[in-house]
Each structure stands twice: as structure tokens, then as C-alpha cells.
Design a protein around this ligand. Structure first.
Ligand SMILES: NC(=O)c1ccc[n+]([C@@H]2O[C@H](COP(=O)([O-])OP(=O)(O)OC[C@H]3O[C@@H](n4cnc5c(N)ncnc54)[C@H](OP(=O)(O)O)[C@@H]3O)[C@@H](O)[C@H]2O)c1
Length: 251
């Protein structure tokens, strides 16, 4: 179990991937709760737009694939309670036409970026002797989805990475969590041409994540029913697994 975060006033949170979608909605929720918020992503103008009207926000724009930029960014933050890695890149990808160059970009942001941010956050947390690192993965990391081979693989890797970090860092007093949303209506999923069951808004997803930190759970997974399908399918024999996935996600 992680420490439950319920009183957010003056908590110090670094949200990486805050300029759009779920990150932007969560940033606004944090700001309205009195969090001292540091927001990052590449587009500074967009970040400034998200935090407009709030005095409790600091914008630190950089690219997560650049480790030295991440190191510079965290130097500007005096103290941190929670770091959330929310940044991601995605393109639907047909498996009969794998685009290795594009795949490399997705791996760089989703996985290398997560490792970059984790490394600088963990270093700081160990010095502070406390801190919570949260990695936003996806239910797409539970099972292989159609047209999601590379993105899904990065999210599966992120879940595994988070589990491993929890083993190693919980004994040192740090908190680790993973966040696994189902489908959320953002510019990321705008690219999908298939029906997305149980799709929710970015604000609804942000609220689930926000409430999730109050439970102390390692995995914040939603929506419940949709994720239950995925978790069940994961343990089924593959002959049933593929049949059920086909019925659930129609491409
Ligand atoms: N939408 C869904 O259905 C869904 C489902 C499950 C999980 N998720 C996960 O939830 C998180 C948020 O997704 P979303 O749908 O809100 O996506 P989004 O609207 O596309 O937002 C992605 C965020 O990542 C930032 N980002 C992308 N590349 C970056 C880079 N190289 N360096 C720094 N920041 C970068 C973007 O900002 P800039 O462009 O300004 O850099 C943006 O703030 C992601 O981790 C995603 O995988 C989403």
C-alpha cells in the first residue's frame, strides 16, 4: 500500500504531460485543490494556457526524451511529494506494415521518457527520504490490442517497470503507483477508427486518477467493468483470449 493522499493543499506535484488531454484536466483539478503544481511537456504556450489564472503553478517545458533537460527541470523544483509521468505518443499501426522509425519515436517517449523522469525523480526522492512516483500506463498494457502493437508494448513494459520499482523502492520508503485508464476521448484516441467501448471524458479520467491517489492503491485502473474484461481475458487460454478480444474491440 502507498500512503493515501487526501489533503492536497500545498502538496508539491510535478505532472509531466500536462498540456493536453487527461494531463491538462488533472492539472486543473490539482490547481483547484491548492496543489503547488509544476507542469511539463514540450509546448510551453499550451502549458501556460492550462495554468492560466492560477498563481500556484510553474511551467517547465521540455522533451521527456532528453535526459539532460529532465535533469535541468527537476533542479528548479525545491521539494516534491508526487511525480506523475503522463506523457505519451501514439499512432495506430498496422502490423502488416510496421513503421520502425515511427515505432522508435513512440518507444522513446513512452518508455525512454518514463525511465528518464523516473531516474531524476527517484534520485530526488531518495535525498528527501520520501516521495511518490506514478506512471501512467494503460489497460492496453494488459493484453495485445488490435493495431496497437508498439504503443501497447510500451504500456506493458511500463507496468512491468512500475512493479519492479515497487519491489525495490518500497523498502526504502518511497511510494510507486501505476495508472491504467481505459479509452478516454483525447487527441490521442482521435486517431482510432474503431469503436471504443466505455469511452470517458478527460475530466472523468482525471477525477478517477485524483481519487485513486486517495486510496493508496498500487494500481489505479478504470473503468472498473472494462478493465475487469481485460484482466479476465489476460488469464484465459489463448483460444478464448483472441475470440473475446475480437468481440470486445472491433477494428
Ligand atoms: N486517451 C486514452 O484513451 C488513454 C488510455 C489509456 C492510457 N492513456 C495514457 O494517458 C496519458 C495521457 O494520454 P492523453 O490521451 O491525455 O494524451 P494526449 O492528449 O495526447 O496528451 C499527451 C501529453 O504528453 C505530452 N508529450 C507527448 N510527447 C512528449 C514529449 N516528447 N515530451 C514531453 N511531453 C510529451 C503532450 O504534450 P506536448 O505535445 O506539449 O509535448 C501531452 O501533454 C498517456 O500516458 C496515455 O498513454 C490514454
Amino acid at each position: 500500500m502507498n500512503k493515501k493522499i487526501t489533503n492536497w493543499k500545498n502538496k508539491k506535484v510535478w505532472l509531466v504531460g500536462a498540456s493536453d488531454g487527461i494531463g491538462a484536466a488533472l492539472a486543473k483539478k490539482f490547481l483547484s485543490e491548492g496543489v503547488d503544481l509544476y507542469v511539463s511537456s514540450r509546448r510551453k504556450e499550451k502549458l501556460l494556457d492550462v495554468v492560466k489564472g492560477y498563481s500556484n503553478a510553474t511551467v517547465l517545458a521540455f522533451d521527456v526524451t532528453d535526459l539532460s533537460a529532465a535533469e535541468e527541470a527537476i533542479k528548479q523544483i525545491p521539494e516534491l511529494d508526487l511525480v506523475i509521468f503522463m506523457a505519451a505518443d501514439y499512432s495506430p499501426m498496422k502490423s502488416d506494415n510496421l513503421d520502425a522509425k515511427r515505432a522508435g519515436q513512440i518507444v522513446d517517449v513512452n518508455l525512454k521518457g518514463a525511465i528518464n523522469i523516473s531516474s531524476v525523480a527517484i534520485e530526488k526522492f531518495l535525498k528527501q527520504k520520501r516521495g511518490h512516483l506514478s506512471l501512467v500506463a494503460s489497460v492496453a498494457g494488459f493484453v495485445g490490442l488490435p493495431e496497437s502493437s508498439v504503443y501497447g508494448a510500451t504500456k506493458a513494459a511500463l507496468i512491468n517497470f512500475g512493479e519492479s520499482l515497487a519491489h525495490d523502492l518500497k523498502p526504502l520508503g518511497l511510494d510507486i503507483s501505476i495508472v491504467n485508464p481505459g479509452f478516454v476521448k483525447t487527441r490521442l484516441t482521435e486517431k482510432n477508427e474503431f469503436d471504443m467501448p466505455f469511452i470517458m471524458t478527460a475530466e472523468e479520467a482525471a477525477l478517477e486518477i485524483f481519487k485513486g491517489y486517495g486510496t493508496g492503491k498500487f494500481a489505479i485502473t478504470f473503468p472498473f467493468i472494462f478493465s475487469l474484461f481485460f484482466r479476465t481475458i489476460r488469464v484465459l487460454p489463448y483460444c478464448l483470449h483472441f475470440k473475446m478480444m475480437k468481440a470486445l474491440v472491433k477494428t
